[in-house]
Design a protein around this ligand. Structure first.
Ligand code: FMN
Length: 179
């Protein structure tokens, strides 16, 4: 495996199944490094070791300290999925107070191909900030996978995190990476 993917996950439902996403990304030929938001890392706190065994890399969830070496190889592409409503709006506003958001917000302007697939319900998606943030990401060159080609917000309380279409996100990433 020579292509390095940063798979970046927020504290949204499908992150409960992030191990499945890692397996699919590896099967697609990506040396997969996992980055979690601090909130998502809490969900996996007791099992971070399993994820490290699976990826063969440290799982990163917070910024390093000044002077510390990078723990991961440089990324050839990044997929931020699931992208929570909160992280979407922070990113759209230029806030990078988590390593997850720091990597994508800087990465896109360093020329790294980046795809983002949100996951939130229709009530969260009804906030006026959401379409604004999606547009701001697209303007910057992020390949946003919302709507029929990606993930469409579900009715509140009706989400099915285990059916999150990781394969669609990985397929789109191939297309973005080939550009
Ligand atoms: C059990 C649980 C499930 C959640 N699911 C979602 C979700 O599917 N989508 C979403 O946008 N936010 C969801 N949230 C809210 C986010 O976790 C919250 O906004 C958090 O601040 C996101 O932080 P992050 O984007 O840094 O991971 C959920 C919260 C909890 C406690």
């Amino acid at each position: 495996m020579t292509r390095v993917l940063y798979l970046i996950a927020c504290a949204a439902g499908p992150t409960q199944h992030i191990d499945d996403a890692v397996r699919q990304a590896r099967a697609a030929g990506w040396d997969t490094c996992l980055v979690l938001t601090p909130s998502a890392a809490r969900w996996w706190e007791a099992r971070l070791g399993e994820l490290e065994m699976l990826t063969g890399h440290p799982v990163r969830w917070q910024y390093k300290l000044p002077g510390q070496q990078d723990a991961l190889p440089p990324a050839d592409a990044m997929l931020i999925a699931p992208l929570s409503c909160t992280s979407l709006n922070k990113w759209g506003a230029g806030i990078a107070d988590t390593l997850a958001l720091g990597l994508v917000s800087e990465g896109v302007h360093l020329g790294v191909p980046i795809a983002a697939m949100p996951y939130f319900n229709q009530a969260q998606g009804a906030q006026p900030a959401v379409p604004r943030s999606l547009a701001v990401l697209r303007e910057q060159g992020v390949h946003v996978l919302d709507g029929p080609a990606g993930y469409e917000p579900h009715p509140p309380k009706r989400g099915n995190p285990s059916s999150f279409p990781w394969s669609r996100a990985l397929a789109a990433l191939e297309a973005v990476n080939a550009r």
